[in-house]
Design a protein around this ligand. Structure first.
Ligand SMILES: Nc1ncnc2c1ncn2[C@@H]1O[C@H](COP(=O)(O)OP(=O)(O)OP(=O)(O)O)[C@@H](O)[C@H]1O
Ligand SMILES: [Mg+2]
Ligand SMILES: [Mg+2]
Length: 661
């Protein structure tokens, strides 16, 4: 021993080498089962069966077994039998006097799946599963039929209770039988398997590999009131995942007449992918993914590959049929309501942990995406009518999602509106809405004039920059992102859409005040469209108005009169100013007016003229037709030609009422 070690003296209560244990054999499994089977609860208990079943499936997928029996007895003993090669029982070269079987049963990290020689694409890879089950069983018996001889050995809590014994010759039999009973010291007294859970496990394995037949049997006494799980059944599905999907859909209707299903080998003998996908009308979605028949409830790289293939395929189909709205659809929209089965077989998979709930092999994403993409493109273009139904459905879903998110954000904004009024709002000082009004003005310079011209107590000014978004053609997402609109909604405080509430409106009147030119009319019409679509109650309850700023000032001597438009100006020239040499000024915008002029002509309640915006009452059945008409009028007018809109605002007596307030 070196000096270093001699100089370290151990004191009574110190923490030293003596405290460091090295667990031998299978002791670590019994002391820390969580590391190997994720705990000692019901899920962990069922994982024991999964380990043994996985081994039998690996033997089948490797082409050596065609039949597996799974039996659950009344006393919670599980028997799993396959007709494969049988675990080798010859002496292991590294452990003289011990059979390979005993090494496998009692040593962690022992197995035939490390090199890929005996198995190509196996679910087993750690050399741990069977030894873990052995460690956690109070009784385990293994039977091997190999070379026409039958052998058996028994274990308890990871230790052999006797030697491997020969039971003599057998003829029509080969393979491995594992019969085990979970240790009550680990799982608790009376820990019981759920027949339904084991049955589903067995059935999904049969769907995953067409070349295997699984015979399920369960003591009928265990079934009790369970009407779904059979006491015995032979599970064999030549249709693979397609059969699985058909059974899962039962008689639910799907959006496309045929599911999207297929099977493709990966290039270079790297394994294969199989999938079956349907989009049921009820949108009750699920995804079951597997790697080498091991379920991966937490997904992983293979699912990522499938997502990428589906969303890419759908978007290119959208481009093909020239549907621009397809751009909004996300992988979540495609996946969310779908029934998806995905099974991959790959070499050397890598999972997270021994329970293998998530596939970590990065390569799988690329392999699956490449394998599925072309097939999906073909499937979509083979039946364009059906594919369009699917696409439209997914687009609607995407838009619904955006609407919901928008409504949520809006309601959050209105909830905090007292604290967070938009910075550019010049609010009025009166605390109640009674007798107050807010002017929506175009641009900061007009806003500046209006602020000076207003009555601070009752009049608020909200300058809106530039043209607000044309809401008639905007997507919900764009609308939400528009700063001007969200400021407007915040300032009004009454909410939008379904959240609209007249009582919360912060002003008695909402007055649109834009320049008396075509641009101004455009902005006014955009705002009216916005209110019509998002806050119809505001109009129905008579809160929305248009201000009427003048376009000209006509003066002669000390006398000035303002003209609203050209017709009004001509009229004045012929009447009030007939034969006189007048001074004529045209206002390019509200910002050009003196605050006093603006006040006098447009804002002062005692002198101005306002137009009230009205729509027919939606609650009056006799007016329904007109409501529809107004709606289509709004939709079409808010489209292209600004002159048309201008005309519309000027002329449409039904929509806009001349009123003095
Ligand atoms: N039913 C079987 N038929 C043939 N060989 C088997 C069978 N079950 C187990 N084996 C052999 O025993 C080895 C150990 O199995 P075990 O379940 O402990 O580990 P594994 O399957 O290699 O990996 P994992 O820990 O991921 O399950 C396997 O690699 C295989 O060689
Ligand atoms: Mg295994
Ligand atoms: Mg092992």
């Amino acid at each position: 021993m070196s000096d270093l070690f001699q100089n370290t003296v151990r004191k009574e209560d110190s923490y030293s080498a003596q405290d460091i244990e090295v667990l031998e054999g299978l002791e670590p499994v019994r002391r820390r089962p969580g590391m190997y089977i994720g705990g000692t609860d019901e899920r962990a208990l069922h994982h024991l069966v999964a380990e043994i079943l996985d081994n039998a499936m690996d033997e089948a997928v490797a082409g050596h077994a065609s039949r597996i029996d799974l039996e659950l007895a009344l006393d919670a003993t599980v028997t799993i039998r396959d007709n494969g090669r049988g675990i080798p029982i010859d002496e292991h070269p590294k452990y003289p006097g011990k059979s390979a079987l005993e090494v496998i049963m009692t040593t962690l990290h022992s197995g035939g799946k490390f090199s890929g020689k005996a198995y190509a694409t196996s679910g087993g890879l750690h050399g741990v599963g069977l030894s873990v089950v052995n460690a956690l069983s109070d009784r385990l018996t293994v039977e091997i039929a190999r070379d026409r001889q039958l052998y058996t050995q028994s274990y308890s809590r990871g230790l052999a209770v006797g030697d491997l014994v020969g039971l003599g010759p057998v003829n029509n039999r080969r393979g491995t039988t594992i019969k085990f009973h979970p240790d009550p010291l680990i799982f608790g007294e009376g820990a019981a398997f759920k027949p339904e859970r084991l049955y589903r496990m067995a059935r999904s394995k049969a769907y995953l590999y067409k070349g295997v037949e699984i015979r399920w049997a369960c003591d009928p006494e265990l079934l009790g009131t369970d009407a779904v799980t059979p006491a015995s059944e032979t599970l064999r599905f030549p249709g693979g995942l397609n059969d699985y999907l058909t059974a899962a859909l039962k008689d639910r209707k799907a959006l496309t007449p045929a599911p999207f299903a297929g099977e493709v080998p990966f290039p270079g003998d790297a394994g294969r992918a199989e999938w079956a996908i349907a989009w049921p009308e009820d949108e009750e979605g699920f995804i079951h993914s597997y790697c080498n028949t091991v379920p991966t409830p937490q997904g992983g790289s293979h699912e990522m590959g499938l997502r990428a293939a589906l969303i890419r395929g759908l978007k290119s189909f959208g481009e093909l049929v020239n549907n621009k709205r397809a751009g909004q659809v996300t992988a979540d929209d495609v996946f969310g309501g779908a029934n998806i089965l995905l099974s991959v077989f790959i070499r050397d998979p890598s999972f997270q942990g021994q329970t293998k709930e998530k596939l970590a092999t990065a390569e799988a994403a690329r392999l699956v995406e490449a394998a599925v993409k072309d097939h999906f493109d073909h499937w979509l273009s083979a039946d364009p009518a059906a594919s369009n139904v699917l696409l439209d459905h997914l687009i609607e879903k995407a838009e619904e999602r955006q609407r919901k998110r928008q409504a949520k954000e809006m309601s959050r904004k209105t909830a905090t509106r007292k604290l967070r009024l938009p910075g550019k709002l010049a609010d009025c000082s009166r605390n109640t809405p009674d007798g107050t009004e807010v002017f929506l003005v175009e641009g900061d310079s007009a806003g500046g004039s209006a602020k000076q011209a207003r009555n601070r107590e009752t009049q608020a000014i909200l300058p809106l920059r530039g043209k607000i978004l044309n809401v008639a053609s905007a997507t919900a997402d764009k609308m939400r992102a528009n700063q001007e609109l969200s400021d407007l909604i915040q300032a009004l405080g009454c909410g939008v859409g379904r959240d609209f509430s007249s009582e919360k409106l912060r002003y008695e009147r909402v007055i649109i005040m834009t320049d008396a030119d075509v641009d101004g009319a455009h902005i006014a019409s955009l705002l009216m469209t916005f209110f019509y679509r998002e806050m119809p109650g505001l109009i129905q309850n008579g809160h929305l108005y248009l201000a009427l700023p003048p376009l000209y000032r006509v003066s002669h001597g000390g006398k000035s009169v303002y003209a609203r438009d050209d017709i009004h100006k001509e009229e004045l020239l012929k009447t009030v100013f007939a034969g006189k040499k007048v001074e004529l000024s045209r206002f390019k915008g509200l910002g050009e007016m003196q605050p006093s002029q603006l006040k006098e002509t447009t804002m002062d309640p005692t002198k101005r003229t306002l137009l009230r915006v009205v729509v027919p009452d939606t609650h009056d059945p006799e007016m329904r037709g007109e409501v529809e008409q107004t709606k289509s009028l709004v939709e079409s007018l808010m489209g292209r030609k600004p002159e048309l809109r201008f005309q519309y605002i000027q002329d449409n007596a039904k929509f806009v009422q001349d009123i003095d307030v």
